[in-house]
Write a protein that binds this ligand. Sequence first.
Ligand code: HAM
Length: 422
Amino acid sequence: MRDILPPESGRWRAFTQVFADVVEAAGYQQVIPPLLEDLGVFTRIGDATDVVTKEMYDFVDKGDRRVALRPEQTASVCRAFAQHRPAVLPWKVFYSGPNFRYEKPQRGRYRQFDQVGIEVLGVDDPMLDVEVIALGWEFYRRLGLQQVRLIVNSLGDPDDRGRYVEALRTHFEAAGERLTEQSRTTLAKNPLRVLDSKRAPDQEFVASAPQIADFYSGDAAEHFDRVQDGLRALDIPFTVEPKLVRGLDYYRSTIFEFQGGTFESAQNGLGGGGRYDGLVEALGGPATPGIGFALGVDRTLLACDDEGVFPAEPVALDAYVVDVVGGLEAAAITTQLRAAGLSADRSFENRSMKAQMKQANRSGARFAVIIGEQEAADGTVVIKPMGPGDQFTTPRDEAVALLVELNAAELNSAELTLESSN
Ligand code: HAM
């Protein structure tokens, strides 16, 4: 678990803001589920996934309830849907926030990590799968990432999936003891997840395993075809990866993953999602189709570092108030500047003019507002541009309005420079 400190924290906020902008423009509204839920909500994710069996932060609370810190938010969103039964479908929601998994920490893998994500409940249409994937793709584009790869697969309808799982079981059981012990344990619970194994001795059997595409019903094949047609129509490049199964057991039909170009393979999953028709039902709601994705904030920002995009922006104050006559003037002026919509800071502890000017410099403010003995006596202040330009004296009671104008002019000319350089 890590602290996210400034200026990185500002970048996190900007990241979630860009995400909200992208999905709100498509009609998604935010849900804020609790961090802690009844353990049963998450055990529905599946008992063959490490997320549930090994990595859950679960405990008994003071009221003897078995609870867990959420390892992801899809189950919580489905629980909320089952509980509140929204009247208008599709229910299009987005979320952002921390999740907890007891994993071995390393670069891009943490025990507390953040996700942003969307979920849509109540519609079974391949064009919705296309919208969901396209929104993830658009978000990466907004961040400036160029090297993200999209891989897609379909797990078919529940019946196809069932027949495929049985074929995989037969296939892997024939390998017997040549399969690693971990994979034999996984096999007993969910043969699909054996395809996920990265362990060398398993690779031969993973490579020769039956292919899901041979098990699709007509409907499932058509659904997946239409998803691919939709992605092509939107010029979103993708690769069909028949061995993609994803790490959670609730998936059906379309699944997908966004992979970073610059990471080791174990941590290159920047985000992923898919259909999970059946999960709402498992949580006590009506039969409801669902699809969504979650993108890892931590990993995506590492990918941004690697590609040199979406940097942390330095915070620039509009004004820094230097007061060497006791500090009351600085209190009044900063308060007025802030009320007028500018950002303003000041020095404390009655430091010397030199020390305060140093702080003003370090703050990155556009203007210093200086009150020395002379200004205090005259009812004036000195305004000093921290960039090029000469300082000047102005009446104290005109200073705030003047600074509002000066900042607007500075911002305008900065925008003009930016436009002309484009
Ligand atoms: P997931 O693949 O488990 O899916 O997680 C999604 C993303 O969260 C991963 O691609 C990764 O970027 C990030 N992530 C997962 N675990 C960690 C970790 N320990 N440290 C850092 N980042 C991590 C889900 O969570 C599903 N709920 C996605 C979904 C939504 N499916 C349908 N709707």
